[in-house]
Design a protein around this ligand. Structure first.
Ligand code: NAP
Length: 248
């Protein structure tokens, strides 16, 4: 029986590319989304059309009850869990920190950091050999912003991703002897709609010249690294934070 994988924020961008690649690698894919049901269902339809198994499940990753329901549904409908990709994330609008609202700061940290921590905890409860689970792999999607700092754009977002890096390091140590590998991918500028959502449709064109490779990544280039980390080829990779950022 194929293992299932949960991809949070799988309705578009990096998450959708990861969901599609996971299906190609033989996972039954739970495509989580927050609000874009049509987009998530389109990813599921693509996977099914290619002969794979997939299911779209709405859940807000900042909500613990939603996360329990997400994991329960994935396991019941798709079979034993093998991997969890904590990809769903947001930025607020581009602004200096002193011009960012308390509400935007709280929401960004709630979704990106608290949401990742809650999903990691649920994944451990279901995967860890300590609880009779089969073991598995967790990949957290961080950001190059965690080491650059996000000045003049989104320091709160960068800090939330710094938290994701620390969470990854700590959890990899905590469950390293329980059959679970925990790693992070730190994408650089990637060609998705996140920039438009942040109110900066010109951001990619503006930023590309600052990148050694002079271009943004495609979502598929990030997905390749994420899915490699779930694979047996990465069987001794644990606690790693893999920069996929074109040298930036
Ligand atoms: P995107 O195109 O904006 O997609 C974001 C995804 O996250 C969507 O599927 C969205 O679902 C989902 N999402 C948002 N809030 C959620 C919540 N509360 N609960 C569940 N799902 C939620 O973003 P992306 O560019 O692909 O980014 C994916 C990840 O990579 C994020 O963690 C981001 O921080 C990180 N990253 C991106 C870049 C980049 O340049 N694009 C660079 C570094 C890191 P709905 O569509 O249903 O709202």
């Amino acid at each position: 029986m194929s293992k299932s994988i949960i991809v949070t924020g799988g309705s578009r961008g990096i998450g959708a590319a990861t969901a599609r690649l996971a299906a190609q690698k033989g996972f039954a894919v739970c495509v989580n989304y927050q609000s874009a049901a049509d987009a998530a269902n389109a990813v599921v339809a693509d996977i099914k059309a290619a002969g794979g198994k997939a299911l779209a499940v709405q859940a807000d990753v900042s909500n613990a009850d939603d996360i329990s329901r997400l994991f329960e549904t994935a396991v019941n409908e798709l079979g034993p869990l093998g991997a969890v990709i904590n990809n769903g994330g947001i930025t607020g609008p581009l602004a200096r920190l002193d011009e960012t609202s308390a509400e935007d700061i709280r929401r960004t940290i709630d979704v990106n950091l608290t949401g990742t921590a809650l999903c990691c905890a649920e994944a451990v409860r279901r995967l860890s050999t300590k609880y009779g689970g089969p073991g598995g792999s967790i990949v957290n999607v961080s950001s190059a912003a965690a080491r650059i700092g996000g000045a003049h754009e989104w320091i709160d977002y960068a800090a939330s991703k710094g938290g994701v890096d620390t969470l990854t390091i700590g959890l990899a140590i905590e469950v390293g002897n329980e059959g679970i590998r925990v790693n992070a991918v730190r994408p650089g500028l990637t060609d998705t709609d996140i920039h438009v959502s942040a109110g900066a449709p010109d951001r990619m064109a503006r930023m590309a010249p600052n990148i050694p490779m002079k271009r943004a990544a495609s979502p598929e280039e990030i997905a390749n690294a994420i899915i490699w980390l779930t694979s047996d080829e990465a069987s001794y990779v644990n606690g790693a934070i893999l920069d996929v950022a074109g040298g930036r």
